[in-house]
Design a protein around this ligand. Structure first.
Ligand code: B4P
Length: 189
């Protein structure tokens, strides 16, 4: 199964995509993780992405689409995947669709983890203390990420609604409980 996980920053996309990918035996691809790894290792992509990430802005579409094209071409996604944090803009969603159309493939479901702003701000400030991520540390950067989500990522919901593959899942509660909710929404079991 090919899935897309959507939701505001801190909604639990990463946490849940990791768990569900193990359970569904799907490949977990997080653009956020790939970018952070690039920044840590000083790769050309990491160097270009760093300033955007630290400001709570999105990394330019062409860099991200190039990254996904590379992963698709490598074959690691051939047996099913969860895309975590991609697409994040309508042009990214369109580029993904075009890429898949060319290979006669498709996304079966786009899952939105629905979490209110106050909870997101709370979770990210806790994570700032644990992981020390630059984009979590400053409350203004977190608020900017939420603004960016509303302006640039939320329109994707209409895109997937039109494709009739959007599924909304309530994202508040214990992590295990949400994993079960997602599993049921995805598999119907
Ligand atoms: P991401 O890595 O995707 O960061 P995120 O949105 O903050 O992560 P997520 O929502 O997955 O949070 P998580 O589950 O880990 O992106 C980082 C940056 O990279 C972006 O801002 C952007 O600059 C760039 N980027 C990435 N993809 C891009 C793209 N496609 N285009 C352009 N730019 C891109 O969980 C958050 C916290 O909540 C954790 O600490 C977790 O422990 C906690 N938590 C999870 N579930 C919980 C629950 N049920 N209850 C309580 N706490 C919970």
């Amino acid at each position: 199964m090919n899935l897309v996980f959507l939701g505001p920053p801190g909604s639990g996309k990463g946490t849940q995509a990791k768990r569900l990918s193990e359970r569904l035996k799907a490949f977990h691809l997080s653009t956020g993780d790939l970018l952070r790894e690039g920044v840590k290792n000083g790769t050309p992509l990491g160097k270009k992405a760093q300033k955007y990430m630290e400001a709570g802005e999105l990394v330019p579409d062409e860099l991200i689409v190039g990254l996904i094209e590379e992963k698709m071409a490598s074959g690691i996604l051939d047996k099913g995947y969860i895309l975590d944090g991609f697409p994040r803009t309508v042009p990214q969603a369109e580029a993904l669709k075009a890429m898949l159309d060319r290979n006669k493939k498709k996304i079966e479901m786009a899952v939105l983890l629905d979490v209110p702003d106050e909870e997101v701000i709370k979770r990210l400030s806790i994570r700032a203390g644990i992981e020390g991520r630059a984009d979590d540390a400053d409350v203004n950067t977190v608020k900017n990420r939420l603004d960016v989500y509303k302006k640039q990522t939320q329109p994707i919901l209409d895109f997937y609604e039109k494709e009739r593959i959007l599924k909304k899942v309530h994202g508040l509660g214990h992590i295990d409980e949400i994993t079960e909710r997602l599993y049921k929404a995805i598999t119907g079991k």
